[in-house]
Ligand binder design. Structure first.
Ligand code: FES
Ligand SMILES: [Fe+2]
Length: 385
């Protein structure tokens, strides 16, 4: 983020915090409860969003050298990502072309070839079928037609994106898709960061409920009174929606100590945390010195897979910095546990029919904007129904 933008945000944060106000520039609204419990809608979301948009499935730090690989099933599509000898990341369906067994059964590693555990068909890093045991049994086999099915993939700033249901298609232009996030994430040097503490859990909530919860701070002093809420001003945030993504700046107490004659030294992350909601399903919480990431993937309308990770800058951390990371990550997980538990309660309540809509105020404008963005992207599907 350019320095003048950091200064602009800090000036506004200081003003709002000083007045005890928050950013109310975006409209609120209502969201029909059906959008969180309807099975047909969930299928549209899986197809149109999680199938056809670039989805963050992993990290450059998992694929440093040729042959490094990881697998990912979170989108519902079995994906194998590998760094090729050409230096590029390739994504394949993790499915053997013989009789369809799962090709790679682990989660991450390094290899020169991938050999199917069923009958031993073997593929190279480019996905080409390079070995068939007992070749005489397949006199007419067209090996060129039996390479692994490749999916569009790309890397930006340390993140690996795949379009899970666009086999054989070109990658949508990632730079265009990421829009203003591209330059901002780059300016924080995330491309050199390493993903650590990667963990997943399955929760009884609609994926959008958790995206909603991470895009407003109205709840911070209440739900997180004894966790993350203690470090920020009540409900104070600066909201920017650049469809389909969003940015939320959360000032800390130190903004009130910023001196005007010191502007050249102002750094946003010294005085605020910044949340980027990377559409459709990832939030990045940037602190000074590390990033907390959370992605949420739908399984069914009431169930989601939640993946968390901490991204840390290159180089060794001294004992004090490592202690800071450990404490922050524990605090983050405690805070997320509160969000997830609240979302599970809301999800269960939606099934009772108690409320027909969710009500959003102007401090929750990003939640309303997120709902509109999802709705707009589903529109072509819904018109055909
Ligand atoms: S299913 Fe993979 S080698 Fe037979
Ligand atoms: Fe929260």
């Amino acid at each position: 983020m350019q320095h003048h933008e950091q200064v602009r945000l800090l000036e506004r944060a200081r003003l709002l915090v000083g007045r005890g106000e928050t950013d109310l520039d975006l409209p609120g609204g209502t969201i029909p409860v059906d959008r969180y419990i309807d099975a047909a809608r969930l299928e549209q979301e899986r197809e149109r969003l999680f199938g056809r948009l670039p989805i963050l499935v992993g990290f450059t730090s998992q694929l440093r050298a040729a042959g490094d690989w990881f697998t990912d099933d979170a989108t519902g599509v079995p994906i194998l990502c590998v760094r090729g000898d050409d230096g590029k990341v390739h994504a394949f369906l993790n499915v053997c072309r013989h009789r369809g067994s799962r090709l790679v059964t682990g989660t991450a590693g390094s290899a020169r070839t991938f050999s199917c555990g069923f009958h031993g068909w073997t593929y190279d890093l480019a996905g080409a079928l390079c070995k068939v045991p007992l070749p005489a049994a397949f006199p007419d086999l067209d090996r060129n037609a039996c390479g692994l099915v490749e999916l569009p993939t790309g890397e930006r700033h340390g993140f690996v994106f795949v379009v899970p249901k666009a086999r054989g298609a070109a990658m949508p232009d990632l730079d265009t898709f990421l829009g203003p996030l591209l330059a901002e994430l780059g300016s924080f040097g995330l491309g050199d960061f390493t993903a650590t503490r990667i963990a997943t859990q399955t929760r009884r909530l609609n994926w959008k409920l958790h995206m909603d919860a991470t895009q407003e701070v109205y709840h911070l002093p209440h739900l997180h009174a004894t966790t993350a809420g203690a470090g920020y001003f009540q409900g104070c945030s600066l909201l920017t929606h650049t469809a389909p993504h969003a940015r939320m700046v959360m000032p800390g107490a130190s903004v009130l100590g910023l001196r005007d004659d010191d502007r050249a030294q102002w750094r946003l992350l010294t005085h605020a945390a910044v949340v980027y909601a990377m559409f459709p399903n990832t939030t990045l919480l940037l602190h000074d010195g590390f990033v907390q990431m959370l992605s949420v993937f739908p399984i069914d309308p009431d169930t989601s897979l939640v993946r968390t990770a901490m991204l840390v800058p290159p180089g060794p951390a001294d004992a004090a910095e490592e202690h800071r990371r450990v404490c922050h990550h524990a605090l983050y997980l405690s805070t997320m546990a509160e969000d997830l538990a609240a979302c599970e309660q809301m999800q269960a309540n939606m099934r009772t029919g108690a409320n027909a809509v969710l009500r959003l105020g102007r401090a929750e404008g990003l939640v309303a904007a997120f709902d509109r963005t999802v709705d707009d992207l589903l529109e072509p599907d819904r018109r055909t129904h």
